[in-house]
Write a protein that binds this ligand. Structure first.
Ligand code: UDP
Length: 197
């Protein structure tokens, strides 16, 4: 979030409090899951009968309606604007931010030997009086990204859990280690929650 803020992507992030907590701005969440894909995997591979790992001709952005009870159905811009979840202008902004985030994160991960196959973003409205700004919200982690080791193809993301591949914790720690954000004393070296003043 910090690095994305530095390249001009507005986010809800204020600061990290400790290893487990962050201070973020409260936003009105736009009820969409925005998925960006670079390589065929998961539901896209299934839907179009593609072999997982096939590079896509260009990055593809998809929208899903955030509803657990409806199992997050895929929606088009027509549905989104007709039901009033976002305006065409909001969608232009969301699409352009999603592609910038993809460019930035793809480079960041390739630098640590990981291929960013796909990921899911959420956006929210940050109000200032009657005006609002659309900002990136939620989180970016191996829970909502597919990250494959460039050399071995090993999956270092939630698919390890979803597909019962084992070593879930180790994979997440490996991503944190490569990003240089694992605490020095190892993953158990948490400072505990900080009291907010
Ligand atoms: N994803 C997510 N939350 C969801 C569904 C998907 O974070 O409820 C992420 C998932 O981790 C992957 C990307 O969105 O990085 C695309 O997921 P896909 O549509 O292929 O669904 P899946 O195969 O994970 O069910």
């Amino acid at each position: 979030m910090l690095r994305l803020g530095e390249i001009g992507v507005p986010t809800h992030f204020v600061r990290r409090l400790n290893m487990r907590e962050q201070l973020v701005r409260e936003v009105e969440i736009i009820p969409l899951e925005v998925v960006v894909r670079n390589v065929a995997a998961g539901s896209l591979a299934q839907r179009f009968g593609l072999t997982e790992g096939t590079p896509l001709p260009r990055s593809v952005v998809e929208y899903y309606f955030k509803s657990h009870s409806l199992e997050d159905p895929m929606v088009s811009e027509e549905h989104i604007t007709a039901f009033g979840w976002a305006t065409p202008m909001d969608l232009d902004e969301i699409m352009s931010m999603a592609l910038r985030i993809n460019d930035f994160l793809s480079g960041l991960f390739i630098g640590i030997g990981l291929k960013l196959v796909d990921f899911r973003l959420e956006f929210g409205r940050l109000y200032n009086g009657d005006e609002f700004q659309i900002v990136l919200a939620d989180e970016i982690s191996p829970d909502n990204c597919r990250l494959w080791d460039v050399k071995t193809g090993e999956r270092l993301d939630k698919d390890r859990f979803r597909r019962d591949l084992g070593n879930v914790e180790e994979a997440y720690q490996e991503v944190a280690r490569r990003l240089g954000i694992l605490p020095e004393g190892g993953p158990r070296d948490f400072q505990g929650p900080a009291i907010m003043q």
